[in-house]
Design a protein around this ligand. Structure first.
Ligand code: AQP
Length: 330
């Protein structure tokens, strides 16, 4: 079976609708026909300052949310990145293959570093995409389900895999980004030309917030001055975003929704989408609470996941160390 790997950062109290529709939903689907590795990437999280106790809680909370959306730990390997030391070890080797200028061209780094003053921008934030490449290449992943914002990082991963293979001999599978067509980028409800992102919390639907609050956010989503409910990203980004979310959560096509809302107002669309979201998050939240009520069981799942992840990653790392010329320890 082909391999799949993806990760999510434990950097917020809740995943948001962008994370879910852009990536996590695909994680669930892909475990059916892939050997899947999914991780909570806490090493990535500390590229910006984190409170240690909060980070620990959010790591468990992230695992609980992944289980609640349907990641099945009997079929998929679910683990915490820092439990598998090979990630940091391979990252070092790959950093030594990455050009400084090449890393400097990563737009996510440019955006995120521009928001902080220079002294607070860590070297870790700069090398973040190389660690991400290590995450993927360690498992010889064929496919990586991510949102559109990760496309450039995936390209870097492919380049590093090819570079290593041509310099040292075939070692890594060159992975492909798996980016969903319709939901690759979910937009902020208050600024529907920007990505929904936890860094700008105003127009973000958090899966664990009070459902009524989500419905209210949808009711106050920024739209346009027309009245027609039609998918048109250039001229009607707000309405288009709502239609994409509606379609993804219900399985109804956008054309079907356009027809159903013909002659109706924006208020109807927003109110009914609010109800769809409430219906989606309510059972999800119940599930998350159930997993959190049994932290020992949760930790057991993560322990099992890390053991399996280490079997695979240790083998890759051994072959990398051999190829770069490291002396084997006795
Ligand atoms: N708005 C989005 N639309 C589609 N996909 C998205 N993803 C994130 N936002 C959107 C995808 O979610 C996965 C997990 O991403 P992450 O752990 O890197 O989280 P993130 O990118 O840090 O989430 P944010 O909210 O986007 O955080 P900031 O504000 O820090 O950049 C990834 O596959 C990502 O593509």
């Amino acid at each position: 079976r082909p391999r799949v790997l993806s990760g999510i950062q434990p950097t917020a109290d809740s995943f948001h609708l962008g994370n879910y529709l852009g990536a996590l939903r695909e994680w669930v689907v892909m475990q059916d026909d892939h050997d899947a590795f999914y991780c909570v990437v806490d090493l990535h999280a500390i590229t910006v300052a984190q409170d240690p106790e909060v980070l620990r809680q959010r790591t468990r909370l992230s695992a609980a949310q992944l289980l609640a959306i349907g990641i099945d730990p009997d079929r998929s390997t679910l683990f915490v990145q820092s439990h598998v030391p090979e990630h940091a070890q391979l990252s070092w080797v790959l950093e030594c293959l990455t050009g400084f200028g090449e890393a400097g061209r990563m737009t996510q780094f440019k955006d995120k570093s521009a928001r902080q003053d220079a002294d607070h921008v860590s070297v870790g934030l700069f090398t973040y995409p190389v660690l991400q490449a290590a995450d993927i290449l360690l498992y010889q992943a064929d496919a990586v389900p991510v949102g559109e914002d990760q496309r450039q990082h995936l390209e870097l991963t492919r380049n590093l895999a090819q570079r290593f293979n041509s310099r040292y001999g075939n070692t890594f599978t060159v992975p492909a980004a798996h980016i969903p067509k319709e939901t690759a980028k979910i937009y902020d409800l208050q600024d529907p030309t920007s990505k929904m992102s936890k860094s700008v919390p105003a127009g973000v639907v958090e899966l664990l917030e009070e459902p009524k609050r989500s419905a209210k956010k949808i009711r106050s989503a920024v739209t346009d001055l027309e009245r027609e409910i039609r998918y048109d990203v250039d001229n009607k980004p707000g309405i288009s975003n709502l239609l994409v979310i509606y379609s993804a959560l219900t399985g109804r096509s956008i054309a079907d929704l356009e027809a159903a809302y013909e002659g109706k107002g924006y208020g109807d669309l927003k109110k009914e989408l609010g109800e769809v979201v409430v219906e989606f998050v309510t059972p999800f939240q119940r599930q998350v609470r159930a997993y959190l009520d049994d932290p020992a069981e949760l930790d057991k799942v993560l322990h099992r996941g890390a053991e399996r992840a280490r079997e695979v990653s240790a083998e890759t790392l051994r072959s990398v160390f051999d190829r770069v010329g490291f002396l084997r320890p006795m």
